[in-house]
Design a protein around this ligand. Sequence first.
Ligand SMILES: Cc1cc2nc3c(=O)[nH]c(=O)nc-3n(C[C@H](O)[C@H](O)[C@H](O)COP(=O)(O)OP(=O)(O)OC[C@H]3O[C@@H](n4cnc5c(N)ncnc54)[C@H](O)[C@@H]3O)c2cc1C
Length: 497
Amino acid sequence: MGRIAVIGAGMGAMAAAARLAVAGHRVAVYERTETYGGALRRFERDGFAFDTGPGLLPLPAVWRDLFVKTGKEPLEACVDLVQVDPAARHVFADGTDATLPNASRAGAVTALDEALGAGAGERWGDFLVRAREAWDRTRRPLLEEPLWSDWRVLAEREPYPSVPHKRLLRTRRAATLAEIGAWELRDPRLAALLESHALGYGLDPRTAPAAAAVLPYLDHAFGTWYVRGGMRELARAVHERCLARRVAFHFGAEVREVVEKDGRAAGLALADGTVVEADTVVGVAPWRLGVEAPGADAVGPVVEGGVPGRVVVCLALRGGRPAGTAHRTVVHAPDRAAELALFDGTPSERPTVRVDRPDDPALRPDDAHESVVLTATVPSGAHHDWSAPGAADAVADRMVAAAERAVPGLRERTLWREVRTPLETARETGAEFGGVPAPSLAASRGRLLHPANGTALPGLFGVGGWSHPGGGLPHAGMSGALVAGLIVEGPGFRGSQ
Ligand SMILES: Cc1cc2nc3c(=O)[nH]c(=O)nc-3n(C[C@H](O)[C@H](O)[C@H](O)COP(=O)(O)OP(=O)(O)OC[C@H]3O[C@@H](n4cnc5c(N)ncnc54)[C@H](O)[C@@H]3O)c2cc1C
């Protein structure tokens, strides 16, 4: 039995902690804020409650596995998990309105044919078949296995089987998500549907590799899920599972340094001067703590300032939620080029906005009120001064104006609003400049891979969204499983079955 010190109580770190405790280790978590869950926060006021991090859970199997492996009660006994149906309503720039069912290819094909015109559904359906091939080729190395030492194979090879496209007497194949939209989907609305999945993860569709096709495929194939009571309920359940396995939590305990002894990690130094001895250290983005970056043959840390963040607007509304309202609506930007300026550091004048309207009595004071969350991808604090007077409200105003295309009368119904920018993300997760890490993707010369969980310092492991296999709830959960596997089974660990 070893002593394991864990830096941060984010979802990836807690997943590792619970698994390591079950394997017989003595695990203690040191969290700089006063609570667990990292980005999985809830904002509450006047009987309203809002998820201020992820609004939905893709690929719940990752968290089901954690609950199976760490105790008797399955995930479903600890949280009320519901599949969201329809998956999403899309309001496109030209006013076309399409509502897509959850996890049904035939249903999506029919809905798109009806809303966009005959043939559109089939093109989307055919795309999903190709996206599945990319998923099948990368699922294990990109999600279920530690990052291979020969990761360059993954970085150089494009797993998406793009369709040959004749252009100016040359045959070309889509190499980016934008090219899939233009050459294979051949409808600006289908292209916007595709690109909204990349944008939602903070990826620029013009440079995201075709391999990013796995992102819409993931939602389509495994469905999207909601946790009743709000997504933070998942964090509560994971925290409780950790406590049940005797993981110790220390809140208000900022880690300043990883202590090294005889060439390996030997503990932590906290901001208050306390030194904690440990046999193994597991941490979110350990390179932030001055640990030497991995060598040249490894994937290096992502430059955090370049990673976009989110603005989240919590709206407390008078008037009940109309029956039949979609849980999620995506209101697409009217001007794609202007929207993509966000990747040059300028928040969009008219952004793509995600509107989440969960049918959940726990989030509203009564049925005569509604709580709504708007989310948009924005430049991180490295490129935009979110602390400047009016900066947050200016973007929030544009988001509300965009959302009104899907929710008429939104402004008149608003009692009050709470606006959260990358400043809050930085405060709550410790991410530099408040960026939100995207899931790891193949191709693109490894630009979108994250560093391996094992680090250059023996006994030190990286966990959570800034390490392999990247950001997002399922990916962070997998990072916890991989780190636990590497510690329990050693470097020969080949991944979860
Ligand atoms: C606004 C927003 C929207 C998002 N939307 C989605 C979405 O739609 N879909 C999706 O899948 N994902 C989304 N994510 C990302 C997702 O929430 C995270 O990837 C996921 O929760 C995993 O987080 P993590 O394990 O990396 O930990 P994090 O959430 O990053 O938390 C890290 C924790 O470690 C603590 N910590 C950091 N440094 C130290 C230190 N030195 N000492 C002590 N403690 C420390 C922090 O305080 C924090 O509690 C969103 C995130 C945000 C912020």
